[in-house]
Design a protein around this ligand. Structure first.
Ligand code: PMV
Length: 320
């Protein structure tokens, strides 16, 4: 049986999805705007199998409840009783807040369709990927991508070349897997945080600002929206019972340092996800200065190779 290999880059949300409108179908309650990280990727290999599904990530078997519904949906879409053996690996830390599930499920969705000789356009692949992880709906596409609230699939807003100077400086602070998955954390927030309704109501307004900024390629306006979005998202987490805190002391040090850099006139706009890593939205010509200044302000960053400079890349690709 022919093996299919698909490669996809993880989707970094500038404006965050956090919370589900429909937990069963994994429909997002808030709109998100993202770009994918060109230097990172997941590679997923799939072969069809006559009687049973199997899914390995970095050589470790995932529990069937994590992928059963996903494969069932793929079968329903294909209209075929076909099973899959899938294996996924990443060239970056898995489940550590670097969106490995977004690239993993995007690549998996397309690889399954191809391995089963099925037909799907990118929007259909995006809708399938969403069933594994909503952020995966975005990782199907390259450039700047929108996943509206209540949507089944994402859409590409702009190709990577739209804003060639944009860079993301990833600051890796801890490569260990997070203790609480974003899936569990989101539900905990939705059920218990008094700030959750305000977050859902406010998100479209933050997105609106971000879209205006993106259109104008205005990094300072975009950065404001980026900061509003991630800080409001973490606000909902702090209000949950029990509260959720992904940040490490070093994460806070980098957040503070970015604020200092902005006071110095640099465009360094940080964001974070379900993990301690910090990602900084910036422009190509300021990356070197931002790195230097960060190491000065947070000396521990100079002790390890923690920076990765990346930029928006193309969408997923079939390798074989
Ligand atoms: O798609 P999930 O379940 O991995 O959740 C992603 C959540 C965030 O990374 C925090 C935000 C986002 O929009 O990617």
């Amino acid at each position: 049986m022919a093996e299919v290999v698909v490669r996809a880059s993880p989707s970094l949300a500038l404006i965050k999805y956090w919370g589900k409108q429909d937990p069963e179908r994994n429909i997002p309650a808030t709109p998100s705007l993202s770009l994918n990280l060109r230097e990172f990727h997941s590679e997923t290999r799939v072969v069809t199998h006559p009687g049973q599904d199997r899914m390995l990530v970095e050589g470790r078997e995932l529990p069937p409840q994590r992928y059963h519904a996903f494969f069932e949906n793929v079968r329903a879409f294909l209209g075929k009783q076909v099973f899959f053996h899938a294996e996924s690996s990443n060239n970056f830390p898995t489940a550590a807040g670097l969106a490995s599930s977004s690239s993993g499920f995007a690549a998996l969705a397309w690889a399954c369709v191809l391995a089963a000789d099925g037909q799907a356009d990118l929007e259909q692949v995006s809708a399938l990927a969403r069933l594994g992880s909503a952020s995966a709906a975005r990782a199907v596409f390259g450039g700047f991508v929108l996943l509206p609230a209540g949507a089944e699939h994402a859409t590409q807003l702009q190709p990577p070349a739209f804003w060639p100077e944009i860079r993301i400086l990833v600051v890796r602070l801890d490569a260990r897997a997070k203790p609480l998955s974003s899936r569990q954390a989101m539900e905990q927030v939705r059920m218990t945080s008094p700030y959750y309704p305000a977050w859902v109501e406010r998100s479209p307004h933050i997105l609106e600002q971000a879209l205006i900024a993106l259109d104008a390629r205005d990094i300072s306006m975009l950065g404001h929206a980026v900061r509003n979005s991630y800080m409001s998202m973490f606000g909902t987490m702090l209000g949950a019972d029990p509260p959720i805190l992904y940040w490490k002391p070093e994460s806070v040090a980098v957040i503070r340092a970015c604020r200092q850099l902005r006071e110095e006139g640099l465009n360094a706009w940080e964001t974070m996800d379900a993990g301690p890593q910090v990602k900084i939205l910036c422009l190509e010509h300021e990356v070197a200065t931002i790195r230097e200044r960060l190491v000065r302000l947070v000396p521990v960053l100079g002790e390890s190779d923690c920076f990765v400079e990346t930029r928006p890349g193309p969408g997923m690709k079939q390798i074989s």
